[in-house]
Write a protein that binds this ligand. Structure first.
Ligand SMILES: Nc1nc2c(ncn2[C@@H]2O[C@H](COP(=O)(O)OP(=O)(O)OP(=O)(O)O)[C@@H](O)[C@H]2O)c(=O)[nH]1
Ligand SMILES: [Mg+2]
Length: 428
């Protein structure tokens, strides 16, 4: 199976960006989103030829933006040799097709651009499988015999009539089979990870996971704290695969610190789903370290976007240390003051100068102090809510599902003791 996106020729691809200002959004937001889209496109290696915004009540069902506006943009694109037009919003398969006809060039949306960047970045087998899965799921509903990229990729001239239909069906079936195969492979990876995690948990070290918006400085922080050597770069999605390092706090307490993929606004849902295995580190963590680029004008929106993804993966309720990074880049204190009012326990740092890092270490020690309680539990299978709760709040080290009751070895936060007390087989 070839990648969804065709490989480029040598000249950088010229792109034109399109945003819409719907009634529900304000103009400043659209500008910021387009600025971010532009960063995404440049991260993918493109050159920005221009951009355009249309104000409208609701998107047009056939062409997303108005037809007249599309033609106006198309004129610009023809004059400037634009190769690809990128919309900030997700387009339906029909809208993409209609727009390609008007523009006479490739039309892409934010989702497929993010998928493309992830595909460029993926290094490990797991990362590659995850991204391929997300791309295939994106592609499947868009597969029609008019879907020009695919037929161009194949070098076919587009078949007609019944033959085309059966080719389409064959393509769909092949993709569906591949999706199933990848899902099975990913399950294997997930199980292997679980085993590794169990080994780690037996070592009784708590796990803290660094989360945050892309480019917030997560990898720089992990490197600064643990001497790790994770690539930290001024591009979006520098990190895809998780890295875990041990950190010894000044209190001699050990903690495992994980750096993982960054989040972004309008992160494709399929991608979050595909990256669940990677994001397990976040779901399993005892503590989240939420890194924010406080020097970014949209810091608050970025916090909200990160929280939305955390909710989506079931980690919304975790105890979290807010870390305001890049203090050294800050001009004036108004943004910092406003956010500090909202998050009074936040720690301000600069991962590059080291400012505030000792304060962060102290805070980590404090937050991780309440030692977890080790329990052996026997829970009847029909008590599925209790079992689900155990997985949600605790760290399951071992599980056995044979017989009438499920047996678990787990560590739980002490304040949940009473809730699990009826099922305790043995406490340490
Ligand atoms: N001035 C300044 N720059 C920083 C600081 N922390 C990180 N950076 C820079 O910000 C950019 C992004 O840093 P990364 O550590 O790669 O960010 P990340 O959150 O891991 O990003 P992704 O992996 O792409 O999601 C790099 O160019 C860093 O050098 C800081 O405290 N101050
Ligand atoms: Mg990173």
């Amino acid at each position: 199976m070839k990648a969804l996106i065709e490989t480029r020729n040598t000249r950088p691809e010229k792109v034109f960006l399109v945003g819409v200002e719907l009634k529900s959004r304000n103009g400043a937001d659209v500008r910021e989103l387009l600025a971010e889209l532009s960063e995404l496109a440049q991260t993918a290696g493109a050159e920005i030829a221009g951009d355009g915004i249309q104000k409208m009540e609701t998107p047009n069902a056939a062409t997303f933006i108005g037809k007249g506006k599309a033609e106006e943009f198309a004129n610009f694109c023809r004059r400037h040799d634009v190769d690809t037009v990128i919309f900030d919003d997700e387009l339906s398969p029909a809208q993409s097709r209609n727009l390609e006809k008007i523009f006479g060039c490739r039309v892409q949306d934010r989702t497929s651009l993010i998928l493309e960047i992830f595909a460029q970045r993926a290094r490990t087998r797991e990362g590659k499988l995850q991204i391929e899965l997300a791309q295939l799921q994106y592609l499947l509903p868009r597969l029609t015999r008019f879907w020009s990229h695919l037929s161009r990729q194949r070098g076919s001239t587009g078949s007609i009539g019944g033959e085309g239909e059966s080719q389409l069906e064959a393509d769909r079936r092949k993709i569906s089979e591949r999706i199933e195969k990848i899902s099975r492979d990913l399950n294997l990876v997930r199980r292997r990870r679980e085993t590794q995690r169990a080994g780690r948990q037996r070592s009784q070290w708590p796990l803290a996971s660094i989360v945050g918006y892309t480019n917030a400085g997560k990898s720089t922080l992990l490197n600064a704290l643990t001497g790790a050597d994770v690539m930290a770069k001024d591009i979006l999605f520098a990190t895809l695969d998780p890295t875990t390092r041990r950190l010894k706090l000044p209190t001699n307490q050990n903690v495992l610190l994980t750096d993982t993929v960054g989040f972004i606004r309008k992160l494709p849902h399929g991608l979050v789903e595909a990256f669940k295995a990677t994001l397990e580190e976040v779901v399993q963590a005892d503590l989240l370290v939420h890194v924010v680029d406080i020097s970014h004008p949209q810091a608050e929106e970025q916090i909200a976007a990160v929280n939305a993804v955390l909710e989506e993966i079931g980690a919304g309720e975790k105890s979290t240390i807010m870390v305001f990074n890049k203090l050294d880049k800050l001009n004036g204190n108004s943004a910092l003051n406003r956010l500090q009012e909202k998050y009074p326990h936040a720690v301000g740092i600069s991962a590059t100068t080291g400012e505030g890092v000792s304060h962060l270490l102290a805070e980590l020690g404090t937050q991780l102090k309440p030692k977890r309680e080790f329990l052996e539990l026997k829970i009847p299978h029909e008590q599925s809510a209790v079992i689900a709760k155990l997985h949600k709040v605790g760290q399951v080290i071992e599980r056995r599902y044979h017989g009438r009751t499920a047996k678990f070895k787990a560590r739980i936060p002490p304040h949940f003791h009473d809730e699990f007390a009826p099922f305790i087989a043995k406490a340490e």
